[in-house]
Design a protein around this ligand. Structure first.
Ligand code: NDP
Ligand code: 2IT
Length: 444
């Protein structure tokens, strides 16, 4: 049995109750087979894959906080520091009731290769809590964030581990967490990214993931002889990534027909109106049911369903495994040309295969949504030199990084005889740098 298969078999037994983690690991290890085979005996002797798939450390802690009625509540906090071979741990904090160790480990594992692909010196980590921010007052959010940081501060620092936002964690939560860190440590340092502009944040970080997704999509389509202007797109989600993906897509001349949240979805034949979406989601923090009030020509539907609409491009921007095999069949039947993943692992493994087998270009999350963490790294640079760059400066660096990522994954896919398999290309290109750094640093 090959070293890759042996490792996968051991992990499947050891972590049988961590399906998302196993899904992420299986995809990466499957892709890097040709690289491992080049030096299999040595890598096996050095337990390379065991060291790659076992996090450096996993911190799990209690987070007590006080609700609006004065009652104490308790949630579970997580930080998985997966791999710091190429730089300090870096990755977001997810606040969602579905959070568990499997989800945080899958996200942390993906982050290693994503961060490597950015070309910037950042390692992989992820954290969060099963706390549900929905329906909470600002004071409840503050109480949770302060208590979360009261434990997390022990493990993070500007040169150690730099968390950021993810689902349920935006500028408000980062602000409360930063305030608490500063109070405990008396240290105003770049320990978190996604900070407000008045206290160390970077221009364009808010837009970065969505904008970056479109920069990469544009480059991928261009290199396949397809012009993006005039195309239609489907977006799922209506959070940070989705909003700025829709904004940049619209600027590029793409008409975005849909968006969604966890209760329903919107179809707007005139193109989703970003200003309306920002008002509902960023200002009022309300449900998508409100959208029709502003845009009477649109339709609102309960449940899920964006992938049944006919369009050229699909941009899943909500959460993991939100695009399944049935959705993939609908996309193919409707002539979809490309899927670019704004969310982390939004496409199930069988759907990825189906899309690729049917000639749909698929830009995987670790490449397509790397603009967020890349711009976080640019925020770290600005914090270190105590300067702020202009929006245009950050945005043009972001664009350069995304174009580079596309070519690196494209080249890696070609080098190993898998032309247009960007999933394999991204995994291989991301892995090669980590492999090099891990090898240079010895067995640790
Ligand atoms: P937000 O919390 O801002 O938005 C998440 C959106 O997805 C909301 O519309 C939410 O709906 C929907 N959603 C979340 N969970 C579910 C679910 N289980 N079922 C259906 N809908 C759901 O998060 P982000 O936009 O920041 O993150 C979206 C995705 O992008 C995640 O996969 C994240 O890991 C990834 N990502 C984020 C980056 C960032 O910089 N923020 C960077 C790279 C990747 P509702 O509000 O109703 O819950
Ligand atoms: O999944 C991700 O890349 C993020 N949530 C962003 C992480 C970061 O450190 O900016």
């Amino acid at each position: 049995m090959s070293y890759v298969d042996e490792t996968l078999e051991t992990l499947a037994k050891k972590y049988e109750n961590q399906p998302e983690f196993l899904q992420a690991v299986t995809e990466v290890l499957d892709s890097i087979r040709p690289v491992i085979e080049e030096n299999e005996a040595e890598y096996k002797r050095d337990a390379l894959l065991e060291r790659l798939t076992e996090p450096d450390r996993q911190i799990i802690f209690r987070v007590p906080w006080i609700d609006r009625d004065g009652n104490a509540r308790v949630n579970t906090g997580y930080r998985v520091q997966f791999n710091n071979a190429i730089g300090p741990y870096k990755g977001g904090l997810r606040l969602h009731p579905s959070v568990n160790i499997s989800i945080i480990k899958f996200l942390g594992f993906e982050q290693i290769f994503k961060n490597s692909l950015t070309g910037l010196p950042i390692g992989g980590a992820k954290g969060g809590s099963d706390f549900d921010p929905k329906g909470k007052t600002d004071r409840e959010i503050m109480s949770f964030c302060q208590n979360f940081m009261l434990e997390l501060y022990k493990y993070i620092g500007a040169d150690t581990d730099v968390p950021a936002g993810d689902i349920g964690t935006g500028a408000r939560e980062i602000g409360y967490m930063f305030g608490e860190y500063k109070r405990i440590k008396s240290l105003h340092e770049g320990v978190l990214t996604g900070k407000g502009l008045s206290y160390g944040g970077s221009l364009a970080r808010t837009e970065a993931t969505g904008y970056g997704l479109l920069y990469l999509t544009e480059e991928m389509l261009k290199c396949n002889g397809i012009e993006v202007a005039g195309k239609t797109a489907l977006v799922s989600g209506s959070g940070n990534v989705a909003i700025y993906a829709i904004e940049k897509a619209t600027q590029l001349g793409i008409k975005v027909l849909t968006c969604s949240d966890s209760t329903g979805w919107v179809y707007d034949p005139d193109g989703i109106d970003v200003a309306t979406l920002k008002q509902i989601k960023e200002v009022e923090r309300k449900r998508l049911t409100e959208y029709k009030k502003y845009r009477p020509n649109s339709e609102y539907h309960e449940g899920r369903g964006v992938w049944q609409i006919k369009a050229d491009i699909a941009l899943p921007c909500a959460t993991q495994n939100e695009l399944n095999i049935d959705d993939a069949k609908l996309l193919v039947a409707n002539g979809c040309l490309a899927v670019a993943e704004g969310a982390n692992m939004p496409t199930t493994a069988d759907a990825v295969k189906y899309l690729q087998d049917n000639g749909v270009l698929l830009a995987p999350a670790k490449a397509a949504n790397a603009g967020g963490v890349a711009t976080s790294a640019l925020e770290m640079s600005q914090n270190s030199e105590r300067l702020n760059w202009t929006f245009e400066e950050v945005d043009s660096k972001l664009k350069g990084i995304m174009v580079n990522i596309f070519h690196n994954m494209d080249d890696a896919a070609k080098k190993y005889g898998m032309d247009k398999n960007y999933v394999a290309g991204a995994n291989i290109a991301g892995f090669e740098k980590v492999l090099n750094a891990m090898t240079a640093q010895g067995i640790c």
